[in-house]
Ligand binder design. Structure first.
Ligand SMILES: [Zn+2]
Length: 266
């Protein structure tokens, strides 16, 4: 089979009926996984995918990676059973200080802030079902707001605990809020991390900077099979890039009032 040039790493948070910006309902999630299974797609473990991409080895066709940030309780109650039905596995990123405690950085309304994240036993149950556990920092800070040494501490401490608690390599980090700066990349290298995942939309190409890998946010295809196909095959990002080019071309010809200039006039 010809190696696929692009690897979709899909970013989910929670599988639930709360209808928030980070929710995908169990019904939609089951339909999305069924879509992959019907077409012969297979999940790759995140560490294996990183190894293949970094070695320039090429990725088996119709491979994808499933990721869930934060370790919310619905992973065990909703996501894992649906994945098991299809023989799929996934990764969750663990905020090590808040294991078994409520996610204190959540600002959105709804039940998340008062509900504890999965504790060590819950995360171990996911691992026993084939899930990988990788770090998501110790406190879930906005990394670019912190000096290099503190960023390295956040990343290194989180990775060490993932290794110690679960015996997993923990070599891929999802940046909290998807954010990084140049110091983050330095800190990642200092901590021996292999790759870092953002929330920028896109699929991973072999040549991409491993500390700045994009992901396909599940919000892009919540209710549409067509959008799911376009997102995971790379067509949606080609379309977005093309629209960006068209917009740039237009801006060269027309001066549109920006928010700043309009405010200046008011
Ligand atoms: Zn997060």
């Amino acid at each position: 089979m010809r190696p696929a040039p692009r690897l979709p790493i899909i970013a989910y948070h929670s599988i639930d009926e709360f209808g928030t910006s980070i929710s995908v309902s169990p019904g939609d999630f089951r339909r999305q996984m069924h879509w992959f299974a019907q077409r012969g797609w297979r999940t790759l473990a995140l560490s294996e995918a990183a190894r293949l991409v970094l070695a320039g080895a090429g990725i088996p066709a119709r491979s994808f990676v499933l990721t869930f940030d934060d370790g919310l309780p619905s992973l065990l109650t909703c996501a894992a059973p649906i994945l098991a039905e299809h023989g799929f596995t996934a990764t969750t990123f663990v905020v090590t200080r808040l294991v078994g405690r409520p996610p204190d950085w959540y600002r959105m309304p709804g039940p998340y802030r008062s509900t504890p994240l999965l504790d060590r036993a819950g995360l171990e149950r996911l691992a026993s079902m084939g899930w990988e556990l990788h770090p998501h920092t110790h406190d879930h800070p906005v990394l670019p707001h912190l000096p290099l040494a503190v960023q390295a501490d956040q990343i290194g401490r989180s990775r060490s605990l993932v290794q110690e608690w679960f015996g997993q390599s923990g070599t891929v980090l999802a940046y909290p809020f998807g954010q990084l700066n140049e110091d983050t990349t330095r800190a990642m290298k200092q901590c021996g991390m292999e790759a870092g995942l953002t929330l920028t939309f896109g699929t991973v190409l072999r040549a991409d900077d491993p500390y700045n890998w994009p992901r396909v946010g599940s919000a892009w295809f919540k209710h549409s099979d067509l959008r799911q196909r376009l997102a995971v095959t790379g067509w949606l990002e080609k379309y977005i890039a093309l629209r960006g080019l068209v917009k740039k071309g237009r801006e060269r010809h027309f001066t549109t009032p920006t928010a700043e200039t309009t405010r200046g006039l008011a």
